[in-house]
Write a protein that binds this ligand. Structure first.
Ligand code: PBG
Ligand code: ZN
Length: 331
């Protein structure tokens, strides 16, 4: 569109199409729908456990039975998918819980697929929650996070999720070559049809703070800047996404979402792949906190924020508010 095209119509009055709710509805370009929503869930061992996460009001660490309740509520509200994170009972230096056949996520997947077969179960594939040191890969003596040895564990984790019945696996570790490693391992084990949703452009971000309380996955030393991306780099994000697609990603993600809408826009425009925006923990917590103070209208701000992600090109919205949003869309 050029300025010229407006200039050619001197009688153009944009307010003509803003006169009434029906008129505005007719010409609305972008829409939010429950179909696009994914609800993250944190699951840990136990019974009747709903452990509140203080920095994320309304979000809990859930035992499998309570997770099922939460998943069912979301599903009933119209949310088509959940994204599972596990908090293991014990952590070690090789993330054993991440690929244990009877690990917490593997159990949760089996339960969800048995009780709610139509709800899509996406599993986050990473090692940080299961590592004693909290990093997303194997750490060598001097504290360096090793790339290639970590791939084997990540691939094992993905295969174990597939065996449990997961519908989609979502690697979030940011090791180089992990999408290929997962694809090869899944194919070798007969899971040729298992889609990979890659956290392709994942930035090292202070917006993950509340999540690390929720998942008990804060790194015990250092930070994640040697594997997650520098928030200043947009060109590099495009290379990361291109690489993941070449390696076999079926869907790609930009994370965080709100502070990276330009990346989201470029990724969708350039690659045209199914693109997910992860509206991360602090994006949720900031809205909740300001709303609790009475400073903003929670519902309106949440909807406007998620709509901005749709406008930027997101097909899929991962948000802790998914169930609320789905209900709001109906009322
Ligand atoms: C684990 C992982 C993180 C998030 C999703 N998967 C934390 C991190 O990378 O430190 C963050 C999600 C959020 O903040 O909501 N690799
Ligand atoms: Zn991780």
């Amino acid at each position: 569109m050029s300025l010229n095209s407006v200039g050619q119509f001197p009688n153009y009055r944009p307010r003509r199409l803003r006169q009434s709710p029906a008129m505005r509805r007719l010409v609305q370009e972008t829409r939010l729908s429950a179909d696009q929503l994914v609800l993250p869930l944190f699951v840990r061992a136990g019974k009747k456990l709903r452990q509140p996460i203080s920095s994320m009001p309304g979000v809990f660490q859930l035992s499998p039975d309570e997770m099922l309740v939460e998943a069912r509520n979301a599903h009933d509200a119209g949310v088509p998918a959940v994204l599972l994170f596990g908090i293991p009972e014990t952590k070690d230096a090789k993330a054993s819980g991440a690929y244990a056949q009877n690990g917490i996520v593997q159990k949760a997947v089996r339960l969800l697929k048995k009780e709610l077969p139509d709800l899509l179960v996406i599993t986050d594939v990473c090692l940080c929650e299961y590592m004693s040191h909290g990093h997303c890969g194997i750490v060598e003596a001097r504290g360096r996070v090793l790339n290639d040895p970590s791939l084997k564990l990540l691939a094992r984790a993905a295969v174990s999720h597939a065996e449990a019945g997961a519908d989609i696996v979502a690697p979030s570790d940011m090791m180089d070559g992990r999408v290929r490693a997962l694809r090869e391992a899944l194919d070798t084990n007969g899971f040729l049809d298992m889609p990979i949703l890659s956290y392709a452009a994942k930035f090292a971000s202070a917006y993950y703070g509340p999540f690390r309380e929720a998942a008990e996955s804060a790194p015990q030393f250092g930070d994640r800047r040697s594997y997650q991306m520098n928030g200043a780099n947009a060109e590099e994000a495009m290379r990361e996404v291109a690489m993941d697609i070449q390696e076999g990603a079926d869907m790609v993600m930009v994370k965080p979402a709100l502070a990276y809408l330009d990346i989201l826009y470029r990724v969708k425009t350039e690659f045209g792949y199914p693109t997910a925006a992860y509206s991360v923990s602090a994006e949720y917590s900031m809205i909740k906190a300001a709303a609790a103070k009475g400073w903003i209208d929670e519902r309106a701000v949440m909807m406007e924020t998620l709509l901005s992600m749709r406008r930027a090109g997101a097909d899929i919205l991962i948000t802790y508010a998914a169930a609320d949003v789905a209900r709001w869309l109906k009322s």
